[in-house]
Design a protein around this ligand. Structure first.
Ligand code: MTE
Ligand code: CO
Length: 422
């Protein structure tokens, strides 16, 4: 919010009146510097020489000043980086789209480098005609564009027993949201002709882990995509180049990367990733299986432990993300006092089905400690639960599907920390 022209100033005042309880403080933002900030009064080095010519970077990269905006891993979480996870830097991002190079990675056997010319997709099992497609064949089917979030079922999995990882990148960063271009799986299955007994599919990856998951035919014929592009360009190697399955709203583990085969069967296969893994152990020792849909969830991405308040009291932008595997997010509530009072956040950006939503709350921070929380409401009427409420039903043996309300404590200095309020 720097000093601006007539219109800018007028609309800024209107914004202040509308959005801030105790206006006035924002008016001071930028005013003091007008007295003679050398960064504006002196000629800077980059004004004294010509810049880079075109094509210095045939594939563009972010500014060198943005080198901190990277995926990060937590080394002690896994024994080896080929069966591991890194996290999207949510605190650094705005809007709903995750840039391709920042999409978190989850591999069970490393990221396979697949030659698209040698890649095939087979459809076999309970079909009239067994088929094998080349990449070129797949490109000849009608394609669609859709923005969807992919959340690993284990996102926030370390937080079941209490606040643990210090940063939304680590507590909530096993998620990304991109626009996919792909062929509806329905079209490929119809081409093969699913037999009447064909009620399930088993997609399989071409990576060393050979990931497989059972998916009911109803979902396969509904909105699944066989995707080859993300955010307009080819899938990244890490995201399953050249082909991945997109299973909107469902847990990330079903979105098979390096997709090479889809078997049609009459019942689920009960493979490793849907029995010993990706099931939810309850307090009484029973395990819940097939928890496919991702429940509504939200998180404040700034301020947060990796994004402290550095500017002191006054106008403060609180930003966050919300999503639901069951639809859209019409509303997010934010509290700055640990849940005593709630305010409705301002949604900004497209509200798309099974996609991330961006929200903001613009406040005038009085410099006192904050207990920040956000609570998502989805289009089915479901409201994101507290961690307490979740534990009452689920116990603390779970890893997956933790969508409890996150709390950040922010002290007088603006330093934020992962805590729980009960
Ligand atoms: N597909 C294959 N073939 N191999 C894998 O290891 N990991 C799964 C899923 N698909 C995986 C896979 C898991 S657990 C998740 S959360 C998502 O891919 C992660 O997708 P991403 O790496 O694009 O973030
Ligand atoms: Co996963």
């Amino acid at each position: 919010m720097s000093a601006s022209g007539k219109n800018g100033t007028a609309s800024r005042r209107a914004f202040l009146r509308g959005a801030l309880a105790a206006g006035g403080a924002v008016a001071g933002v930028g005013a003091a510097r007008a007295a003679g900030d050398p960064a504006i009064t002196q000629i800077q080095p980059w004004m004294q020489e010509l810049g880079d010519g075109v094509d210095v970077a045939p594939y563009g990269q972010p500014s060198e000043h943005e080198s901190h905006v990277i995926r990060r891993t937590v080394e002690w979480l896994t024994a080896d980086p080929v069966s591991s996870i890194n996290f999207t830097p949510l605190h650094e991002l705005d809007g709903i789209i995750t840039p391709n190079g920042l999409c978190f990675e989850r591999h069970h056997g490393g990221a396979a480098h697949v030659d698209p010319a040698e890649h095939r997709l087979m459809i076999n099992g309970l079909v009239d005609t067994q088929l094998v497609f080349t990449m070129e064949d797949i490109m000849r089917f009608p394609r669609e564009n859709h923005v969807y979030f992919l959340e690993c079922a284990a996102n926030s999995g370390m937080e079941w027993r209490g606040a643990q990882l210090n940063g939304c990148q680590f507590t909530h960063g096993m998620i990304h949201n991109v626009m996919y271009t792909g062929v509806p799986l329905r079209l490929l299955l119809n081409e093969a002709g699913v037999k009447t007994e064909g009620k399930w599919i088993l997609p399989e990856g071409a990576d060393a882990s050979g990931m497989t998951r059972s998916i009911p035919m109803e979902k396969a014929l509904d909105d699944c995509l066989v995707a080859f592009k993300m955010n307009g360009e080819a899938l990244r190697v890490e995201q399953g180049y050249p082909l991945r399955l997109v299973v909107p709203g469902w847990e990330g583990n079903m979105w098979i990367k390096w997709l090479r085969r889809i078997e049609v069967g009459d019942e689920p296969w009960h493979h490793r990733e849907e029995t010993s893994k990706y099931t939810d152990l309850f307090a009484d020792g029973r395990a819940r299986r097939f928890t496919w849909e991702m429940d509504a969830k939200s998180v404040i991405t700034s301020p947060s432990p990796q994004a402290p308040i550095t500017h002191g009291p006054g106008p403060l932008v609180i930003k966050g993300l919300a999503w639901s595997g069951r639809g859209t997010i019409p509303r997010v509530d934010v509290t700055i006092d640990g849940g005593k009072t709630w305010q409705q956040a301002r949604m900004s950006g497209p509200s798309l089905d099974k996609s991330m939503h961006a929200f903001y709350l613009d406040i005038n921070w009085d410099g006192r400690p904050l207990y920040l929380q956000s609570r998502a409401h989805d289009s089915t009427g479901y409201v994101q639960p507290t961690k307490e409420a979740l534990r009452e039903i689920r116990g603390v043996n779970s890893i997956y599907h933790n969508n409890g309300i996150q709390t950040w404590y922010v002290n007088e200095q603006g330093v934020a920390e992962n805590v729980e309020v009960s």
